[in-house]
Design a protein around this ligand. Structure first.
Ligand SMILES: C[S@@+](CC[C@H](N)C(=O)[O-])C[C@H]1O[C@@H](n2cnc3c(N)ncnc32)[C@H](O)[C@@H]1O
Length: 436
């Protein structure tokens, strides 16, 4: 295929995907918002954005591939090495730019904004222009900026704002240390959870031995996790799996119970047991108070020891296995297997690694595959998945798994796979007991 053929095929994919995205917005009887709009569209807050997410993977992947084919390579490499957007987002969130601009929908000059946010007007303008060039905030007249569809997500009470605060600190610091870490004779070759990039860059601070997980203030991580789950559309799982036929669900490593809460709302006859460590459940209970009284039970325990919640219809594990090594993930699944009755099911809800090439037939590991000439894994259309994989490595010395790897660990634990559901960024793998 020539470059011209590639470009023509990519343009056709982009046109078709862009029109499908417009259709998704317009299904709600409301036009697709422009970038200047400050109103939320019903689709922005819908639980089920799976169709749009799949379309956007295609669109982002195809647009990036098209520009990469046509731009001079040095131009592309330079753009990718010099991306300060994350640092500017961090300042915007910390100094509450969007909160102040929300009081001035027609815009505020940097001289006036500077007095409110405590950043020198010249520096403020440079930071805002980096962001506005990528459509976050808009410059309405010289040096006068206003909020737009993206920047309103940075207002402090928006869940995405907490996520930006979290991601732009720890992740970026570790990423900077990565090139030294990988060649360090001790840390670079280690797969121990106590010798990650995180411990490497804090090695003079007496943190050795403390895992990233232990170090994090539980509440900070939990707040960020709630936002993360909403951004990546975790609640889509409610709409692709048949929950209404279930009566009892054990949420294994339930955290703050974000998923259980939505499940209980959607299915009035379900009873949920939240199983987690005592310290996490103590925090979770503060959030739950008496909500759903009689339909939710809290059980403290350690999934490396035993899950004392027997014979539930379903054991649900969201964001659990990926921060443990294969050896530890196997112990967790064996505990789940022990708790399961002959008709119980287990649902693993995790990110899933997609290779750059098809592994069999027309699909990679049972997942959707991008149309040619796109990379089968959607390339830049799934970049967050590869960043997530790197985050797992830098924080825990673990990684995201392919569906085949998940299925194999399940098999070793005595579970047989029933179905894989592709949720665009994450997936659900449903298991039953292998031998009843
Ligand atoms: C990454 S969070 C996921 C929380 C939740 N499933 C979600 O998706 O929002 C991992 C959870 O596993 C729990 N956890 C960690 N070690 C555990 C253990 N040994 N036994 C039970 N739960 C544990 C943590 O307390 C935390 O709530």
């Amino acid at each position: 295929m020539s470059a011209r053929d590639h470009v023509d095929s990519l343009l056709a994919i982009i046109k078709e995907a862009a029109h499908s995205a417009l259709d998704e917005y317009e299904k709600y009887g409301t036009p697709t918002p422009t970038l200047d709009s400050l109103d939320s569209h019903p689709l922005d807050i819908a639980d089920d954005k799976l169709k749009l997410k799949k379309i956007v993977s295609k669109l982002e992947g195809a647009c990036d591939q098209l520009c990469t084919i046509l731009a001079p390579p040095s131009h592309t490499i330079m753009n990718r090495s010099q991306d300060f957007g994350w640092a500017c987002l961090r300042v915007a969130v910390r100094q509450k730019f969007a909160d102040e601009l929300a009081k001035h929908p027609d815009g505020l000059h940097v001289d006036a904004l500077s007095k409110k946010v405590g950043v020198h007007p010249m520096k403020l303008a440079s930071i805002l222009r980096v962001l506005a060039a990528k459509h976050c905030f808009r410059e309405v007249s010289p040096d006068t900026f206003a909020n737009n569809r993206l920047s309103i997500n940075l207002i402090s009470d928006h869940s995405v704002s907490a996520l930006v605060d979290f991601i732009t600190e720890e992740g970026q610091r570790s990423a900077l240390a990565l090139s030294d870490y990988v060649v360090d004779p001790q840390f670079g070759q280690s797969l121990s959870m106590s010798e990650t990039v995180f411990q490497y860059r804090n090695r003079d601070e007496g943190l050795q031995g403390l895992t990233f997980y232990q170090w994090l203030q539980l509440s900070v991580m939990m707040k960020a996790m709630v936002s993360m789950n909403s951004v990546i559309g975790s609640l889509t799982a409610l709409h692709v799996y048949s929950w209404s036929s279930l009566q009892s669900v054990c949420d294994v490593g339930s955290g703050m119970g974000g998923f259980s809460r939505s499940l209980l709302k959607m299915c009035p006859s379900i009873h949920v047991t939240q199983f987690d460590l005592p310290e996490t459940l103590a925090l979770a209970k503060q959030h739950w108070k008496d909500d759903f009284a009689g339909r939710v039970t809290f059980v403290e325990g350690d999934f490396f020891d035993k899950i004392p919640v027997q014979n539930c219809d379903l054991y649900y594990l969201r964001n659990i296995l990926h921060n443990w090594t294969d050896e530890k993930a196997l112990i967790i699944l064996k505990s789940v297997r022990e708790a399961m009755g002959p008709h119980s099911r287990t649902l693993v809800h995790d990110h899933v690694l997609r290779h750059m090439f098809p592994t069999s037939g027309s699909s990679t590991d049972g997942l959707d595959m991008a149309p040619k000439p796109m990379l089968p894994n959607y390339g830049a259309g799934q970049i967050r998945l590869y960043h997530q994989d790197l985050t797992m490595m830098m924080s825990y010395n673990t990684r995201e798994r392919t569906t085949t790897e998940m299925i194999n660990i399940g098999k070793e634990a005595g579970l047989r796979v029933l179905k894989v559901f592709d949720l665009a960024e994450m997936c659900l793998v449903e298991f039953e007991v292998a031998e009843k």
